[in-house]
Each structure stands twice: as structure tokens, then as C-alpha cells.
Design a protein around this ligand. Structure first.
Ligand code: C5P
Length: 217
């Protein structure tokens, strides 16, 4: 149907900022709220898709969506990897921590004058799925930058073999992380960059879903 362009399609969405444990009561994370990814999941469902949301955020999710709650990048990787092959689209809206502590202490660490934590690099989920994907699958990534947006977004498009990169400027207070609105630019291989003016994330989510629908149909 015209109103349900994603009917019969499976869409996998990630959201939120992953938490990387230091000890049982401490972690490092980032400012991502999960709002953008959760909005994309809802918009995909409204377009008729079967949706699985893998989220590191504690935001509510409607009953229509299958949800897997994860904490770390490692857990998110496993959750995405096991579902990717049977999905038509993957939207990586999560802010995946680039690093995690090499070792997490099993007990609460005691105060000391100085603390040194060694970090190891986390797997790049988007990049790995980009290497694995079939031409019929649609891969969408995000790029949160404070400068040189166009250069970095185009680089990500190529390096991660994504079909669409949704780039946003996180250096501004009224948009991006932790607020309801966002202004983004769509970067894709085939088309000129497309500016999506400042508006509600729920509206931007619909534009992303429309882009995916066109790609898949
Ligand atoms: O390279 P960068 O982290 O800026 O790219 C952002 C995009 O890559 C986002 O879509 C994010 O979800 C994804 N990503 C990932 N795994 C990582 C880091 C980022 O999938 N370890």
C-alpha cells in the first residue's frame, strides 16, 4: 500500500549511548539520549515494517516494537550481528562508545590518589555490517560532528559502506544530543547532500524512513 511502504520489511534500529563498565557502580558513556533512534523505530513501524530496536537508552518503547535492551558496545554488537542478516535495513542511530576499559573491576574500586584506566577500542558495528551487507540491504549511519561535517560524513559513507549518512552538528545547544529537535544533512552516494532543516526528531525520523523506503522499493 502507498501508506505502508515498508510492509513486509524488517528494520533493525539501534539507539542510545552505550555504557562501558569500570566497576559495578561506575561506567563511561556519552550524551546520547536515544530519542533519535527511538523515533526512527516508531516511524519504521508506522510505515508498516517489522521493527527491532536495540537500545542502550532507558526510554519507553511502544508495544509494536520488539526491544532488546543492551548496555555496552560489545552487547550491542552481538545483538545487531545476530539479527542483521535477516534485516532489510539497519539504522545505527546509537552513539557507540569508541573505547571501553580493558578490564572491568568485579568489585567497587577504592579511592586512590590517582587512577589510570587503559581503554581498548570497541568493534565498529556499522563498519562490520557494511562489509557483510548484500546490495539489497539498506545501511544508515549517523555522524555527530562539531566541524568539517561534509568531509567527515563523506568519509564515513565510503569507509563504512553505508547507503545513507545522517550528519548533525553537535556543537550547537538547541539541536542534536539530548534535545527534541535536530537539523541534519543527508549524505548518500548517488545524490547531492540534502539539508533537513531544524525540526522535531519525530519528523526527521519520518524523512529517514522515507529515504529507506525509496531505497528498498
Ligand atoms: O565513526 P563514527 O563513530 O563517527 O561513526 C558514527 C556511526 O558509526 C554511527 O552510525 C554509529 O552508530 C556507528 N558506530 C558503530 N560502532 C562504533 C562506533 C560508531 O556502529 N564502535
Amino acid at each position: 500500500a502507498v501508506d505502508l511502504p515498508l510492509k513486509g520489511k524488517s528494520v533493525l534500529v539501534t539507539a542510545g549511548g552505550t555504557k562501558e563498565r569500570i566497576d559495578p557502580v561506575r561506567f563511561i558513556s556519552n550524551d546520547s539520549s536515544g530519542k533519535m533512534g527511538h523515533a526512527v523505530a516508531e516511524a519504521a513501524w508506522e510505515s508498516g515494517a517489522k521493527v527491532t530496536l536495540i537500545t542502550a537508552s532507558s526510554l519507553d518503547v511502544s508495544e509494536n516494537i520488539t526491544v532488546a535492551r543492551v548496555e555496552s558496545a560489545e552487547e550491542m554488537y552481538d545483538a545487531v550481528s545476530s539479527r542483521f542478516d535477516s534485516s532489510d535495513a539497519l539504522v545505527m542511530a546509537a552513539a557507540v562508545s569508541d573505547y571501553s576499559p580493558e578490564t572491568a573491576s568485579p568489585h567497587k574500586m577504592k579511592k586512590q590518589d590517582q587512577l589510570t584506566i587503559t581503554f581498548k577500542k570497541n568493534p565498529d558495528i556499522l563498519k562490520e555490517m557494511g562489509n557483510r551487507k548484500h546490495s539489497s540491504q539498506c545501511l544508515v549511519g549517523f555522524a555527530a560532528e562539531t566541524d568539517n561535517i561534509e568531509v567527515y560524513a563523506n568519509k564515513k559513507l565510503k569507509e563504512k559502506k553505508a547507503d545513507l549518512i545522517v550528519a548533525n552538528d553537535v556543537g550547537k545547544k538547541d539541536r542534536g544530543f539530548n534535545v527534541d529537535k535536530n537539523e541534519v544533512i543527508f549524505f548518500s552516494q548517488a545524490r547531492e547532500p540534502q539539508i533537513i532543516q531544524l525540526k522535531e526528531k519525530t519528523e526527521i525520523a519520518k524523512d529517514i524512513i522515507d529515504w529507506i523506503s525509496e531505497f528498498l522499493n
